[in-house]
Write a protein that binds this ligand. Structure first.
Ligand SMILES: Nc1ncnc2c1ncn2[C@@H]1O[C@H](COP(=O)(O)OP(=O)(O)OP(=O)(O)O)[C@@H](O)[C@H]1O
Ligand SMILES: [Mg+2]
Length: 158
């Protein structure tokens, strides 16, 4: 596990932007954490790292939004509105997960078994004092490689 502490929106987005510089097509990043933890904020930083200039907003009402003006496409998903029903309503997720872009999924826990095995998880919690704790874990070789690259680019004191 790789853990970061960010004390501002900018710090969260700078970290996310570094990850955005590293990700490759077919990477899947799951973002978990409470409402308002910073999942969309993180995604905005990641988009910046991909060179995406179109503003990234919360895709809650669209479920999936695609941004094509960066180094590789970004597929930003927010499963919150589908909730428990998500597993019964396959919106063609695999086209994204195994596509040319990077998938970033808020509330991915609702997708459960529909998620690819090899994925990177960032769990965001609101720390005492208002900062954010970001805990990254990898569940396969692809995600593990990305995590190592991130650690090299952004060393932690932990
Ligand atoms: N260090 C920080 N990192 C990220 N966001 C922060 C930080 N400090 C404060 N914030 C604030 O927390 C909020 C995070 O909102 P955001 O929409 O990113 O959350 P979310 O996890 O996507 O929520 P939801 O589950 O509703 O989609 C923003 O208002 C942002 O300004
Ligand atoms: Mg959000």
């Amino acid at each position: 596990m790789l853990t970061y502490q960010t004390e501002s929106v900018d710090a969260t987005q700078d970290l996310a932007a570094r990850l955005g510089e590293l990700v490759q097509g077919g990477d899947v990043l799951c973002l978990s954490g409470d409402l308002g933890a910073g999942k969309t904020t993180f995604t905005q930083g990641l988009a910046r790292g991909l060179g995406i200039e179109e503003p990234v907003s919360s895709p809650t009402f669209t479920i999936i939004k695609e941004y094509d003006d960066g180094r590789i496409p970004l597929y930003h998903m927010d499963i919150y509105r589908l909730g428990e029903a998500a597993v019964h309503e396959d919106l063609g997720y695999d086209e994204y997960f195994y596509g040319e872009g990077v998938s970033v999924i808020e509330w991915s826990e609702y997708l459960d078994d529909l998620l690819p095995e090899d994925r990177l998880l960032a769990h965001i919690t609101i720390a005492e004092g208002g900062g954010r704790t970001l805990q990254f874990t990898a569940t396969g070789p692809r995600a593990t490689a990305r995590l190592k690259e991130l650690e090299q680019l952004c060393p932690t004191s932990h």
